[in-house]
Design a protein around this ligand. Structure first.
Ligand code: CP
Length: 306
């Protein structure tokens, strides 16, 4: 049973095919309006979400399917002590495909070994968020016309920011991509991302502490929130949370075709005044997330049937 746990589960060719399907859905949504008639998606969210859960649900409705699920562990039998394995075995009896978010790294992988329907990792702790990456890739493809020869600035919480880990994994597979990783020392990208992803791919990268001096190099600026929920210590969070706040003033040396991205939710990392800048792409990411999830649901259900 094919699941999506890590963005590496998809080949470069498959990512290209998903993007092509998403583009076709955008061009002709009516053609897809009944593709999932009679199918059910279960959204099992053990951790809060606005975009991911609702875009999955909107995606399934726009494919003509149905949605069941829960939006917090407290609203499920997890609160009575049920294991993830038993929960997904149970939900496999009711749904054709499951999108699952969990605070524990690896929980969707464990779930995929017990479920009899495809599992989609909708975010596991500080580890991975492959469908956010698919939304990011569709955004980059639409804004830049492809993935090669881009300099990508990743700014903020690169330690706990699971969207960053998945995006580096995906983009390191394309030629000529260079990463500029901007973070406080305490929130650097984990060592395994360097040794297991960047180094084997031969992707050039630099690490720095300040955003403005590198701004002019960037084709993409990917801002991230400091992940309060992953900190052990509130004092550290408060000290680090406003390290980077993107304002119009800080963009004065940026390229005219810079693509400013953020997986959202935003707390204080991007001033609302930047929202009117034509380079701001973060609400496009939100919309594209629905279309690429439609493409993914179609693909996994087709493969499950085959
Ligand atoms: N980007 C993202 O995962 O947002 P939510 O936490 O609102 O789902």
């Amino acid at each position: 049973m094919r699941s999506l746990i890590d963005i590496k589960d998809l080949s470069v060719q498959e990512i290209g095919e998903l993007i092509a399907v998403a583009e076709d859905i955008i061009a002709d949504p009516e053609k897809y309006a009944h593709k999932c008639a009679g199918k059910k998606l279960a959204t099992l969210f053990f951790e809060p979400s606005t975009r991911t859960r609702l875009s999955f649900e909107a995606a399934m409705y726009e494919l003509g399917g149905h949605v069941i699920g829960f939006s917090s562990a407290q609203n499920s039998s997890t609160a009575k002590g049920e294991s993830v394995s038993d929960t997904v075995r149970t939900v496999s009896c009711y749904a054709d495909i499951i999108a699952m978010r969990h605070p524990k790294e690896g929980a969707p992988l464990v779930a995929s070994r017990r479920a009899s329907v495809p599992i989609i990792n909708a975010g596991d702790g500080g580890h991975n968020h492959p469908t956010q990456t698919l939304a990011d890739l569709l955004t980059i493809h639409r804004e830049k016309g492809g993935f090669e020869n881009l300099t990508i600035g990743l700014c903020g919480d690169l330690k706990f920011g699971r969207t960053v880990h998945s995006l580096i994994t995906a983009m390191s597979r394309y030629g000529g991509v260079r990463f500029v990783m901007i973070s406080p020392e305490e929130l650097c990208v984990p060592e395994y991302i360097k040794t297991e992803i960047l180094d084997p791919a031969g992707s050039p990268y630099t690490e720095c502490r300040e955003l403005e001096p590198v701004m002019e190099q960037l084709d993409i600026l990917y801002m991230t929130r400091v992940q309060r929920e992953r900190f052990f210590n509130e004092a550290d969070y408060i000290r680090l949370k406003d390290t980077y706040v993107l304002t119009e003033d800080k963009l004065r040396n940026a390229k005219q075709d810079l693509c400013i991205m953020h997986p959202l939710p935003r707390v204080n990392e991007i001033s609302v005044s930047v929202d009117d800048d034509p380079r701001a792409c973060y609400f496009k990411q939100v919309l594209y997330g629905k279309y690429i999830r439609m493409a993914l649901i179609l693909k996994l259900l087709q493969e499950a049937k085959a």
